[in-house]
Design a protein around this ligand. Structure first.
Ligand SMILES: *Cc1c(COP(=O)(O)O)cnc(C)c1O
Length: 463
């Protein structure tokens, strides 16, 4: 190392105990815990020993404080979802209503999740949401599990374990990578009988597939893909009639499962859960965090005797919904007591029905601040764009919107400039997630409601 005569820099280092006993370090231990403070102090001393640099004891509290804050920062951060996909699975799908958030906070401690307060004895976990699901959909019974994938697995296992279930080849879909209808059926102990073709399946295909081993008929919402041209499949009510003629339950996996008429809101039409039940489905499964706008959950509504079979299945216990999610779901369902209020209060519905004109006006207000923040390297403008519903709603169903767009000015190194800008936006205290397309960064403002918070932190964009 250096030319110093000092035998070792470590001779000048204070002891761990001495450092730990000083008041500012004690305060950090109270805040972050003694063990991580001790480990951080040891690391700092080791670094000083290794580098030979004189240990700066006065700076210790600040250095420790920032290291511990970084170490213990919560990684699951709130973000601004400006991707243009409203129900973005990687960004947590439906943002929850204030009412749902308050209910989650209230239920977080000890709460009457499985306790009947009127009778003073054990209660039914799903009762809080079952009464709402029944009232809103007209179903006889309901239950909830962790997500719709579990709901489908549970329904198949409870109703058709060891039996055959015919499904149209056009509905053997993959949703979000890991949920593949044939795999889920196998895991449920059900034998898939493929019927029809990719583009066309007829009623007689269902009828002909039914035999002594058939356990149920099932239809699956194709969700994230569309086939066009020479296509066709029977109406759900016709399939239900065939199932019932043979005494079989009819399962409808709706995917999103809207509770209100989306077309009346100016959105792409989506069959409602009420419609599925009216069409004769005995069991309907759908997600809580897609179009419904609630927390991650899988909702099952339908015939009482069949729902009871699902409830008694051991898988139900393994898939049960947490109390905090139950509280959020109940509060979200309560908002549907008045559909107009649901659209105003449930963020996903509110955001999906925002007009392009309103979004453009917001973009016009924010564009000067954004242009100043990204600097001279980018040409910034407000442009029309198209939002997507996301989470299994058809990618072809687009909703007009408006975006802040940043295009690199220099002809060379565009890709690098855009990657840097996107990274800087993601590095903000509340990360901003946009979309890169056509040599530009797009921030679709459909999902931006906290415009003050967004504008305020832009000043710190370190480009
Ligand atoms: C999304 C979807 C699922 C899976 O639901 P999760 O709530 O994501 O588990 C299952 N079936 C269909 C048709 C879907 O669209």
């Amino acid at each position: 190392m250096g030319m110093t005569d000092t035998p070792a820099a470590s001779l000048r280092l204070p002891s761990v105990d001495a450092l730990l006993s000083c008041a500012p370090v004690q305060a950090l231990a109270a805040l972050h815990g003694r063990r991580p403070v001790l480990a951080a102090v040891r690391t700092l001393l080791d670094e000083a020993r290794g580098s030979g640099v004189v240990f700066d004891e006065a700076a210790l509290p600040d250095v420790l404080s920032s290291r511990l804050a970084a170490r213990q920062a919560i990684g699951l951060k709130a973000v601004y979802n400006l991707t243009g996909t409203v129900l973005h699975t990687n960004l947590g799908r439906a943002p929850l209503a204030d009412e749902a958030i308050q209910a989650m906070v209230a239920a977080a401690g000890a709460s009457a999740v499985e306790f009947d307060l009127a009778k003073g004895r054990r209660g039914e976990r799903d009762a809080h949401v079952e009464r709402w699901l029944c009232e809103l959909t007209g179903a006889e019974a309901a239950l909830v599990v962790n997500n719709n994938a579990s709901a489908v697995l549970l329904a198949l296992n409870a109703l058709a374990n060891g039996k055959e279930v015919p499904v149209s080849r056009g509905e053997l879909v993959e949703i979000g990578g890991a949920f593949r209808v044939p795999d889920v059926m196998r895991r449920a102990g059900v034998k898939l009988i493929e019927i029809g073709t990719t583009n066309r399946t007829h009623l007689k295909d269902y009828a002909e597939a039914i035999g002594p081993k058939t356990g149920a008929l099932m239809i699956v919402h194709p969700s994230n893909y569309a086939i066009q041209g020479f296509t066709g499949k029977p109406a759900p009510a016709e399939i239900a009639a065939v199932a019932h003629e043979h005494g079989l339950p009819f399962i409808d996996d709706m995917g999103s499962g809207a509770l209100i008429d989306m077309a009346a809101l100016g959105l792409p039409a989506e069959r409602t859960v009420q419609q599925a039940l009216a069409d004769g489905a005995d069991i309907v499964t759908f997600s809580g965090d897609k179009l419904l706008g609630g927390p991650q959950s899988g909702l099952v509504v339908g015939r009482k005797d069949l729902v009871e079979k699902l409830r008694r299945n051991p898988l139900k216990r393994a898939m049960r919904l947490d109390k905090v999610m139950l509280a959020a779901l109940e509060a979200t369902l309560v908002l549907y007591d008045d559909p107009e209020r649901a659209v105003q209060r449930i963020p996903s519905l509110r955001l999906l029905t925002r007009s392009a004109a309103e979004i453009r006006a917001l973009a016009e207000r924010l564009v000067p601040g954004f242009a100043a923040a990204v600097g001279d390297g980018f040409a910034v403008s407000v442009e029309d764009c198209q939002s997507q519903i996301g989470s299994g709603a058809l990618p072809v169903d687009l909703i007009p919107s408006a975006a802040l767009v940043a295009r690199p000015v220099a002809a060379k190194g565009k890709g690098r400039a855009l990657t840097r800008l996107a990274a800087a936006l993601r590095g903000l205290p509340r990360p901003v997630v946009g979309r890169l397309a056509d040599d530009a960064l797009w921030l679709d403002l459909r999902c931006l409601e906290d415009k003050a918070g967004f504008a305020a932190q832009l000043k710190g964009l370190g480009l």
